[in-house]
Write a protein that binds this ligand. Structure first.
Ligand SMILES: [Zn+2]
Length: 332
């Protein structure tokens, strides 16, 4: 078996060539997860904060809530939406003020613009930051602006349309936990992005003697969340909100990593992208090959420093895409 050492040597040479210290790739999804998944809840139903949010929080998951600040069921519990839910990590999307449609551009400005304003005034953040927009389902005579007019309004208010309801509605398109988890598994198989749109969630406690619109049974909903959490925990899913996913995809596809220096002691990089830097400022996950023998790495960018562990010869960490130098050094 004298040829074996040659094969081993060849394999080692090849892997060394592939994994040169400093070589950096931009992870496809945050945290170097295989795929991304979004849970969306429409229409600001009470069962969202009564049932869905506590169950999401229990599992460390988040979702995007498409709200209608001037709709009765929302207005009655406005304080909960204004003061509680976003503090638990939940993200709000614009679903228009009333969900009743638009008569003309002027009413569209109020329906869409005022909802965006309510969200930005309520949840602290950058003044003109991106928000997700979910087109409300209304009757054929209740939406009286053109697609081009809508696009103009969305651009003006820094709103990004979420993917459509088609084929993604809980209760409406899918009824079982398995069917809904199949969407997540499809995302994993394609290393892509999938999502589910939910309306009401079954309310058992408190007993209000009625359920919200298209209420998803808890017997389906709770195992669904367990299944999503299990996939997130094993590194397959990044469970996120629509704007974060949109920012990540946009930045990832327009980003460049430049290796400024790579020695046995230090690696210096710069991460930039060609998207609008004011709107696309989400940190991106980088995976950098480090020299042999490094087990922990100190990552410094601007005034921020953290330490990460080396796994399979690489350091995984978040970096801001603003061109500010990222410096990696051997730690420990
Ligand atoms: Zn709706």
């Amino acid at each position: 078996m004298t040829h074996l050492p040659h094969l081993l040597l060849l394999a080692m040479t090849l892997s060394a060539a592939v994994a040169a210290p400093g070589e950096t790739r931009i992870a496809r999804w945050q945290g170097d997860k295989t795929a991304a998944f979004m849970l969306m809840f429409d229409d600001g139903w009470p069962s969202h904060w009564q049932v869905a949010v506590p169950e999401l929080v229990k599992r460390g998951l988040i979702a995007t809530f498409y709200i209608n600040p001037a709709k009765g069921e929302f207005d009655k519990f406005k304080r909960t939406w204004a003061e509680d839910l976003w503090k638990q990590g939940m993200v709000y999307g614009d679903h228009t003020m009333t969900h009743r449609g638009v008569r003309d551009m002027e009413s569209a400005e109020r329906e869409i613009g005022d909802c965006a304003k309510w969200i930005r005034d309520t949840v602290p953040g950058k003044p003109g930051r991106l928000l997700s927009y979910g087109q409300p389902g209304v009757g054929p005579n209740d939406w009286n602006i053109t697609a081009a007019q809508l696009d103009t309004l969305l651009a003006e208010h820094h709103l990004i349309s979420r993917p459509t309801f088609d084929g993604h509605g809980a209760v409406y398109h899918w009824q079982t936990t398995e069917q809904m988890l199949a969407l997540a598994d499809k995302a994993i198989a394609t290393r892509g992005l999938e999502y589910l749109v939910i309306h009401g969630v079954e309310r058992i406690v408190p007993d209000w003697k009625y359920q919200d619109f298209w209420a998803l049974k808890q017997a389906v909903f709770l195992p669904l969340l367990d299944g999503i959490k299990e996939r997130a925990d094993r590194g397959d899913l990044w469970v996120t909100d629509h704007i974060s996913a949109h920012q990540y995809e946009t930045e990832r596809d327009k980003a460049t990593v430049k290796v400024l220096e790579a020695t046995e002691q230090t690696i210096r990089l710069a991460l930039t992208h060609t998207a609008d830097a004011a709107l696309y400022d989400l940190p991106v996950t980088l995976v950098t090959q480090v020299p042999a023998g490094w087990t922990r790495v100190t990552v410094t960018q601007g005034g921020t420093t953290r330490e990460v562990e080396v796994k399979d010869g690489a350091a995984r960490y978040e970096a801001r895409p603003d061109g500010v130098e990222v410096r990696l050094a051997r730690a420990g």
